[in-house]
Design a protein around this ligand. Structure first.
Ligand code: AMP
Length: 197
């Protein structure tokens, strides 16, 4: 099964993808995590992505499409995977369709996590505070300026994907404002209906 989580920054895509990944035994493919690893490793991709990411902008389609193309060709993706943070532009969505088609595969379900903007800002500020309290390193893009840029990028580039996947009859919307366990239950309901369809 190929699943995708769609939603603005701070909607809980990472948390929910991880839970689905554990439940279904499918790998979670987070382009954000892969890019952060590339930045940390100082690889050529990381060097190109570092500043754009810290500023809250989008890394080029070419780079992220390349990363995903390589990743989904790995053996652990053979039985399916969960896309977390990819695609983020219509060009990425088109490239993903082409990639999957070339392998005789397709997206099974796109889950939209719907959250209020005020809640997003609160969540991201809270994530930064909790990380500091735990002695961790706050994400370079978890600050008010970068968050504004990330939200603008989301509404400008990524939000159109909701209509795109709705039109493809793949979109299922869940309320992302409820506690983590409840969002997870809503996603289970979607996946159950889906598996019994
Ligand atoms: P995330 O962890 O999903 O919030 O991603 C962190 C940052 O990585 C984003 O703000 C972007 O700068 C970059 N990024 C992650 N995924 C993508 C993508 N699909 N397209 C472009 N940039 C991305």
């Amino acid at each position: 099964m190929i699943l995708m989580l769609l939603g603005p920054p701070g909607a809980g895509k990472g948390t929910q993808s991880q839970l689905i990944s554990e439940r279904l035994g499918l790998p979670q493919l987070s382009t954000g995590d892969m890019l952060r690893a590339a930045v940390k490793a100082g690889s050529p991709v990381g060097l190109k992505a570092k500043k754009v990411m810290a500023d809250g902008g989008l890394v080029s389609d070419e780079i992220v499409i390349g990363i995903i193309a390589d990743r989904i060709s790995e053996p652990d993706c053979a039985k399916g995977f969960i896309l977390d943070g990819f695609p983020r532009t219509l060009a990425q969505a088109d490239a993903l369709d082409d990639l999957l088609k070339s392998k005789g595969r397709h997206i099974d379900c796109v889950i939209e996590l719907k959250v209020d903007d005020t809640k997003l800002v609160e969540r991201i500020e809270c994530r930064a505070r909790e990380t500091i309290a735990a002695g961790g390193t706050v994400r370079a893009d978890d600050n008010p300026e970068a968050l504004k840029t990330r939200l603008i990028a989301y509404y400008r580039e990524t939000a159109p994907l909701i209509g795109f996947y709705y039109a493809h009859r793949l979109l299922k919307t869940v309320n992302g404002m409820t506690p983590i366990s409840d969002v997870s239950r809503q996603i289970d309901d979607v996946l159950n209906q889906f598996q019994h369809a």
